[in-house]
Design a binder for this molecule. Structure first.
Ligand SMILES: NC(=O)c1ccc[n+]([C@@H]2O[C@H](COP(=O)([O-])OP(=O)(O)OC[C@H]3O[C@@H](n4cnc5c(N)ncnc54)[C@H](O)[C@@H]3O)[C@@H](O)[C@H]2O)c1
Length: 438
């Protein structure tokens, strides 16, 4: 099938590459000329495991191309995916200006009947707005459908190629047929393609992210309680996760959720609920709990070190989670900003996200090429991202490098007792303190 993907960010690039991989003829279009210039030379603008070889191979074999000419990409396509960003507006609602700008372009270039698919995360009612916007520009008939994306950054290829489910909201059999054909290679093993009405599909995406954000915040608060009463959240997690009604996944406490999706999607869902006069008490509580959780490592550092002015703090991990260079809403940036505001010196390391973080942090922090370089002369190490390379480090070397053997760990990477035996003070999330005497 001839496919256009408009918006070549994390989602658009993965969608375009994976659809090309299954034999479709795909053109990815974006208004960011720099990004497209790079992609035309197979230079990827993001770090996403497994993506590069697919992009390179499909480009070489002529199934994947990149352009800034959105109109031309639309004209040659039978199916057009809208995968542009939907950042929060000032009031928290999803800002649809990019989506509607693309709809206008699509309308202007509707040279034949096409299926238009909203892939971006958009509030209920957006498909109707997209339809109206396109219809202003053309009399050619077209189909609109909603196909929210559930991929996780860091595992995006796997998620797209082997999705738990594909959700599609349609109001015409033709749109359903086209989507079923495009996705057939990805749902062969039996995971469902769930066809529903458009409003339900739009809401499903927000409900999924809000549920996940709620689980995280719930566990973060249980972890705080564990610390207060001397319980261990790892045991509690095992105890509840083995209940099949609860399940094991997404019960890990941490330094607060971040990323380009959960924070903005929870906000947007609250906004939708407000507009409908439906109380969203749980969601507002999740937001409050998460904002509080992003303070947790700073609070722990203060607890151990007192005033942080003129202290040197090493920070491992800037990305909002491992296996991505995305720092949007990252708890690490909240921590670093707080440390700087408190007058601390900050030495940071991240295997993939130092460049993206540098857009915000500039020259205010020291960037360490190697994780251990960040530790030199530091009063403490704060771990914010669960990168594999931090999981089994040389603790003897770490002790030598750190001025003070203090680790605050937002990801519970190590065994507190072991760290205590090795002479560290080790403060993690919801678990007993590891300390030299323990
Ligand atoms: N990142 C994720 O993990 C993820 C997962 C599921 C869903 N989503 C949703 O998918 C959408 C895209 O997210 P993303 O993270 O890929 O965003 P992104 O910011 O990485 O990429 C968006 C791209 O759209 C381009 N763009 C903006 N306006 C344009 C226009 N008028 N014409 C052409 N291109 C334009 C931008 O230049 C940018 O390259 C959002 O709605 C997001 O909520 C994201």
């Amino acid at each position: 099938m001839r496919v256009a993907v408009v918006g070549t960010g994390y989602v658009g690039l993965v969608v375009g590459a994976c659809l090309a991989e299954t034999g479709n003829d795909v053109v990815c279009a974006d208004v960011d000329a720099e990004k497209i210039k790079g992609l035309q030379k197979s230079k990827l603008p993001i770090y996403e495991p497994g993506l590069e070889p697919i992009v390179v191979r499909n480009q070489r074999e002529g199934r994947l191309a990149f352009t800034t000419d959105v109109g031309a990409a639309v004209e040659r396509a039978e199916v057009v995916f809208i995968a542009v960003g939907t950042p929060p507006d000032e009031d928290g609602s999803a800002d649809l200006k990019h989506v509607l700008a693309v709809a206008t372009t699509i309308g202007k270039h509707m040279n034949d009947t096409k299926v238009i698919v909203t892939k971006s995360t958009v509030p209920v009612g957006t498909a109707q707005k997209v339809r109206a916007q396109i219809a202003k520009e053309t009399t050619t008939p077209f189909h609109v459908c909603s196909n929210p994306e559930f991929l996780k950054e860091g595992a995006a290829i796997e998620d797209f190629m082997k999705p738990d489910r594909v959700v599609v909201g349609v109001d015409s059999p033709e749109a359903a047929r086209v989507i079923e054909e495009l996705y057939a290679p990805f749902v062969r093993t039996g995971n469902p393609l769930i066809v529903m009405d458009i409003s339900s599909a739009e809401l499903t995406k927000y409900a999924a992210n809000a549920m996940l954000a709620t689980r995280i915040s719930f566990m973060n608060q249980i972890a705080r309680l564990c610390e207060a009463v001397g319980a261990d959240v790892t045991q509690v997690r095992r105890g509840i996760g083995s209940d099949r009604r609860i399940g094991q996944a997404f019960l890990f406490p941490g330094p607060g959720y971040g990323g380009s999706c959960f924070p903005k999607d929870v906000k947007a869902l609250i906004r939708t609920a407000d507009e409908q006069n439906v109380p969203a008490d749980i969601l507002t509580a999740v937001e409050t709990a998460n904002a509080r959780q992003k303070e947790v490592l700073f609070e722990k550092l203060e607890k151990h070190l007192g005033e942080l002015k003129d202290r040197t703090i090493a920070v491992w991990g800037l990305a909002f989670k491992a296996e991505t260079d995305d720092v949007r809403e990252s708890p690490a940036l909240v921590l670093v900003e707080e440390l700087l505001a408190a007058g601390a010196r900050v030495q940071v390391h991240d295997p993939a996200a130092m460049d993206t973080a540098a857009h915000q942090l500039g020259t205010r922090v020291a960037y360490a090429e190697h994780a251990f370089d960040a530790l030199s002369n530091a009063d403490a190490l704060a771990i914010v991202t669960e990168w594999l390379e931090y999981r089994n480090p040389d603790f003897t070397k770490m002790r030598q490098l750190l001025k003070r053997p203090l680790i605050v760990d937002g990801r519970n990477l190590y065994d507190p007792q072991k760290l205590g035996r090795l002479g560290f003070t080790y403060d993690s999330i919801g678990r007993p303190l590891g300390c030299a005497s323990s």
